[in-house]
Design a protein around this ligand. Structure first.
Ligand code: TPP
Ligand code: MG
Length: 382
C-alpha cells in the first residue's frame, strides 16, 4: 500500500493523540484504548512531565549556546521532541534498560545521568560520558552515533533478558524490558531490520521507539519510506503504533502499555512518534538550506510544551507553578554552564593513547609532530 506524502509525515489524524495542538483534551479514536492509563496519571505526574520538558529545553538551549561559544565541539538539539522523549522515558519502569541514540538528552537525565556526562561527550573530553553499569545512571546505555547500531545492542540485550529468565514472569514490578530510540533516517539502516527480525523471532521484551522528526539531516522522511514507518512493524510480526509525538500524554500511555505488554511475554512492539526537530540537525547544520520557514512554523504551532502548558492551565495550575518551573530550568542551565567552562581540556597526548593497544610508530610520529608544532608557538611568543 502506497500512501500520500501527507500520511507519511503524520499530518493526518490517524494517530494516537490525547491533547490537540491547543492542549485541549480531545482523544482520537486510536487513543481510546489508552484512556484508562491516561486517567490514572495524577496531577503530580502531569506536572513532572511539564517540568521535564521545560528543564530539558533550557539545557538544550544552554548547550547550543555553549557550542557557539567554543565550549563544545558539537551539539545535537532536542528542541521540539520533548514530549516524545519525556512521555516515553517516564513510562519506563526503574528495572528497564534504555538504549538512546544521540539526541535523547532528557531520556538520560531523567533516569539519573548527570547532564555533564552528555556535555563531556560533545566537548570531546570523555569517550562514553557515563558508566551505564552504575545504578545511579538508571540503566541508560551510552549515546550511539553509528546510526541504528544501538537497535542491535538492544535486541541482543533483550534476548539475554529472556535467556536469564528475568522477564515474562507476570510481575510488572520486577519483569525487565528494554527500549531503544532511533530516528526516521536510521530506520533505513540494515541494522534496524536485523534487530527487528531477531526481536520478533525471539519475542524479546522490547520496545522500538522511533522518533520520526521528519528529517535525517537534509533528507526528508518521504525519501526513507513510501509508507508510514509504523506500518513496517507488521512485516516483522509486531504491532506498530503511530502516535502524535508532540503529545506527552500519548507518548506516555502508549509506551507504558507497549513496555508492559512486552515485559509480560507479549513480544516486541514498535512505536512511531510523529514529531519535528525544530532546531538544526546539529550545530554543524544549517536547516535553512533544505526546508521552509512555513514548514517550521506549522510545527511551532504544535509545540509540545505550549500544548501541555495549556492543558495544565485548564486543570487549574497557577502562575506560581509555572514561575517555579521556569526558575528551576534557569538554575539547571546555569549550573551546566558553570560546570562546563570548568572542565578544561584533556592533555594533548591522550588522543594518541587508545588508538592501538600497543605502542605504534605512526602514533609516536604524530605525537612528536604535534608536540613540535605546539612548541613552535612557544618559541614565537618568547
Ligand atoms: C551508519 C551511519 N551513517 C551515516 C551517519 C551520518 N549521520 C549522522 S546523523 C544522520 C541522520 C540521522 O537521521 P535520523 O535517524 O532521522 O535521526 P535524527 O538525527 O533526525 O534524530 C546521518 C546520516 C552515521 N552517523 N552513521
Ligand atoms: Mg530524523
Amino acid at each position: 500500500m502506497v500512501t500520500s506524502a501527507d500520511e507519511n509525515t503524520g499530518q493526518d489524524d490517524a494517530l494516537v493523540r490525547v491533547l490537540d495542538a491547543n492542549g485541549r483534551f480531545a482523544p482520537t479514536e486510536q487513543a481510546e484504548r489508552y484512556l484508562p492509563l491516561i486517567e490514572a496519571i495524577g496531577d503530580a505526574e502531569l506536572e513532572q512531565f511539564y517540568r521535564d520538558m521545560v528543564v530539558v529545553r533550557a539545557f538544550d538551549e544552554q548547550a547550543t549556546n555553549l557550542q557557539r561559544q567554543g565550549q563544545l565541539a558539537l551539539w545535537p538539539p532536542s528542541r521540539g521532541q520533548e514530549a516524545a522523549q519525556v512521555g516515553s522515558v517516564r513510562a519506563a519502569r526503574p528495572q528497564d534498560t534504555l538504549f538512546p541514540s544521540y539526541r535523547e538528552h532528557v531520556v538520560a537525565t531523567s533516569r539519573g545521568v548527570d547532564p555533564l556526562g552528555i556535555i563531556k561527550v560533545m566537548r570531546g573530553v570523555s569517550h562514553g560520558g557515563w558508566d551505564p553499569t552504575d545504578p545511579a545512571n538508571g540503566n541508560v546505555r551510552p549515546y550511539t552515533l553509528v546510526l541504528g547500531s544501538q537497535t542491535l545492542h538492544a535486541t541482543g540485550y533483550a534476548m539475554a533478558k529472556n535467556f536469564d529468565g528475568v522477564t515474562g514472569t507476570g510481575n510488572p514490578e520486577t519483569d525487565e524490558a528494554v527500549m531503544v530510540y532511533y530516528g526516521d533516517g536510521a530506520s533505513s539502516q540494515g541494522d534496524v531490520h536485523e534487530a527487528m527480525v531477531f526481536a520478533a523471532s525471539y519475542r524479546t521484551p522490547q520496545v522500538f521507539f522511533l522518533q520520526n522528526n521528519q528529517w535525517a539531516i537534509s533528507v526528508p522522511v518521504s525519501t526513507q519510506s513510501r509508507v508510514p514507518l509504523a506500518h513496517r512493524a507488521a512485516g516483522y510480526g509486531m504491532e506498530g503504533i503511530r502516535i502524535d509525538g508532540n503529545d506527552v500524554l500519548a507518548s506516555y500511555a502508549v509506551t507504558r502499555a507497549a513496555l508492559d505488554e512486552a515485559r509480560s511475554g507479549g513480544g516486541p512492539r514498535a512505536i512511531e512518534a510523529v514529531t519535528y526537530r525544530l532546531g538544526a540537525h546539529t550545530t554543524s547544520d544549517d536547516p535553512t538550506k533544505y526546508r521552509t520557514k512555513d514548514e517550521e512554523e506549522s510545527w511551532i504551532a504544535r509545540d509540545p510544551i505550549a500544548r501541555m502548558r495549556a492543558y495544565l492551565l485548564s486543570r487549574g495550575a497557577g502562575d506560581e507553578f509555572f514561575a517555579a518551573v521556569d526558575q528551576e530550568a534557569a538554575a539547571y542551565a546555569d549550573d551546566i554552564r558553570t560546570r562546563t567552562v570548568e572542565l578544561g581540556s584533556p592533555a594533548r597526548e591522550l588522543m594518541f593513547q587508545h588508538v592501538y593497544s600497543e605502542p605504534h610508530p605512526v602514533m609516536a610520529e604524530q605525537a612528536r609532530w604535534l608536540a613540535d608544532y605546539e612548541a613552535s608557538f612557544e618559541e614565537a611568543d618568547a
